[in-house]
Design a protein around this ligand. Structure first.
Ligand code: FAD
Ligand code: UQ1
Length: 447
């Protein structure tokens, strides 16, 4: 490995962190680089960007290297509102260069191979990056291809849409506006997904839109979920089931979408409780939520992952269980909570403190991640149920009223306040979840 002009490994102290190198970039012959850095952040999404901001400002210029291939950073939680015609896709994106911290060095590429035993990664473009510490934040990939005929239908059939991808989210509102009646299907796949509420939020918005436009009676709204419950937390599940009943939505549990035949207008589901059993349903509208998995570069690295392909971390501090100089954050880890940006926010503060302690060679602090996550369950054009809960599925509500009720105030937070909180506080490293507000609103009592 060649380096530019100075020894790479020198001990420097920046603020309270002791770090052992600063990033060095050496270009060999062509465009290939050998890079050394103190902290490597893989992925510049919600988790990677927020954590890079925290450490770049503490460690100083170019001590943090971020590998992220995309030009645009999307605020994905807004896509539910894009699908309902309340925001545009453009509203949900910012140039990646404008959100990544200016003190970090951005390698615009993707990691193609992890080598945790040699503290290095290789990028698709051929760069080699050597790190002292690494944060893995590569999120989840969307496996539309695992559902036969779905990619084709998404490409060609204007009645088939998905809020989950920037490629298709714009189709949702158009399909909703063009809907004239018949079966409208909404699906939840047979894998863990990000924002487990989003597959049904779109349905409640759809239902209200039809009511407002005098088309509700012509629609047969059906929710097919691979799960055995409508939502993983009892308190909110009870409210949502009641909502479906009240609004005439039929819920079918333990059914997984396996095929879309767009020319026959048919969706086929496997019955997860009856091996070999299938159910085929006509559709006039189909909102599909794809299966999801971690990016292959991670799932194929046996040293880093569990059997299901998730980064194997401690659930209390997100430190890797075999490599103490590696941490994870967000959707790609096996921390058993519901995968959301709100969970990422809750993880940020804990990961910051634990990673900083490991960097400084100090004992780990006692602060632990409790699984905090939140899902603003938008139920229409002006109402929301703001679910917040922990690893045990126990509600951890911030506001001083029952968030299990449909409210305009929590809808306003979702639509207007959360995006600002995300772009201005979280991505700049200043938002670690609402714990302090929760304590203040509950006069210091409770968790
Ligand atoms: P991401 O933000 O997805 O970022 C991962 C990054 O890693 C990406 O930028 C990607 O390009 C990069 N990457 C991937 N592979 C590589 C590689 N090999 N090398 C380098 N970089 C790589 N959350 C909420 O809190 N509230 C909500 O209301 C909500 N609603 C949602 C609605 C929808 C429709 C969707 C899709 C998501 C929603 N979420 C919501 C979930 C939230 O967006 C995610 O949980 C959050 O973005 C996870 O952050 P992350 O950093 O783990 O992953
Ligand atoms: C949150 O912290 C967060 O991260 C910025 C979200 O992501 C978009 C959320 O949707 C929610 C609900 C929270 C939790 C914050 C509060 C104030 C309840």
């Amino acid at each position: 490995m060649r380096c530019l002009d100075r020894p790479v490994l020198r001990i420097i102290k920046v603020n309270k962190f002791k770090v052992s190198s600063e990033a060095n970039f050496a270009t060999s012959g062509q465009s290939r680089q050998d890079i050394k850095c103190d902290l490597l952040v893989v992925g510049g999404g919600a988790g990677g960007c927020s954590m890079a901001a925290k450490f770049a400002s503490k460690l100083g210029k170019n001590k943090v290297v971020i590998v992220e291939p995309k030009d645009v950073h999307y605020y994905q939680p807004m896509w539910t509102l894009v699908g309902g015609g309340m925001k545009t896709l453009a509203d949900s994106g910012r140039a990646m260069a404008s959100v990544l911290p200016s003190d970090a060095h951005w390698v615009k590429d993707q990691v193609a191979e992890f080598s945790p035993k040699t503290n290095s990664v290789r990028t698709k473009g051929g760069d080699s990056i050597q790190y002292n510490f690494m944060l893995v934040a590569v999120g989840l990939k969307l496996d539309f291809h695992k559902i036969k005929g779905l990619e084709d239908a998404l490409a060609k059939d204007p009645r088939v849409c998905s809020n989950y991808s920037p490629l298709y989210v714009d189709k949702t509102f158009k399909a909703l506006q063009n809907f004239q009646g018949g079966p409208a299907l909404f699906t939840f796949p047979n894998t863990p997904i990000k924002c487990a509420g989003a597959p049904q939020k779109v349905m409640y918005i759809f239902e209200e839109y039809l009511r407002k436009h005098g088309k509700r009676d012509a629609a047969d709204i059906k929710y097919y979920t691979s799960l055995g419950v409508i939502f993983g937390v009892k308190k909110y599940a009870a409210v949502l089931l009641e909502l479906c009943k009240k609004r005439g939505i039929e819920v079918t549990f333990r059914h997984n979408l396996i095929e879309v035949n767009s020319s026959a207008s048919e969706a086929t589901f496997e019955n997860l409780d009856k091996p070999g059993g299938t159910l085929t349903q006509k559709y006039s509208f189909l909102h599909a939520t794809p299966a999801m998995s971690t990016p292959e570069v991670l799932s194929k690295c046996a040293d880093l992952v569990d059997k299901a392909g998730y980064l194997e971390v401690s659930k209390t501090n997100l430190q890797h269980v075999r490599f103490p100089n590696i941490f994870g954050i967000g959707d790609c880890t096996n921390a058993p909570t519901s995968k959301t940006a709100a969970a990422v926010a809750g993880q940020c503060g804990v990961v910051k403190k634990h990673l900083a302690a490991v960097m400084a060679g100090k004992p780990l602090p006692s602060v632990a991640y409790d699984g905090y996550t939140s899902c603003p369950l938008v139920t229409g054009y002006s109402s929301c149920i703001l679910a917040e809960f922990d690893y045990d599925g126990q509600p951890l509500e911030t506001l001083p009223f029952d968030q299990g009720k449909e409210r305009w105030s929590t809808f306003f937070m979702k639509k207007t306040i959360m995006p600002q909180l995300y772009w201005h506080a979280m991505l700049n490293g200043y938002w670690e979840g609402p714990k302090l507000f929760r304590k203040a609103f509950h006069l210091g009592m409770g968790k």
